[in-house]
Design a protein around this ligand. Structure first.
Ligand SMILES: [Zn+2]
Length: 84
């Protein structure tokens, strides 16, 4: 039986990919959460946000423009939920 699948635009952010990603900026490598409204991956520490392109590829280069809250200190951030 023939299979027909509609080719659609890639998902903005795959959940499995999201689970694999960790913040490249923090020494603790906190998990990132996806903000669909802004198309950004926000670090658990709240200091960094990484834009996700229309192709679903996140820009994880650590540059100054990724800092959304310079007051947030990753070293003082409580560990994320679900961890040990
Ligand atoms: Zn971070």
């Amino acid at each position: 039986m023939p299979e027909q699948q509609d080719v659609q635009a890639p998902q903005p952010m795959d959940e499995w990919l999201l689970k694999l990603l960790a913040c490249p900026a923090c020494p603790q490598h906190y998990p990132l959460s996806y903000d669909a409204a802004k198309s950004v991956l926000v670090c658990h520490c709240g200091r960094y946000a990484f834009p996700v392109g229309s192709d679903g590829i996140p820009n994880l280069l650590v540059t100054d423009d990724k800092i959304i809250n310079s007051d947030a200190d990753p070293s003082k951030c409580p560990p994320p939920q679900g961890g040990n």
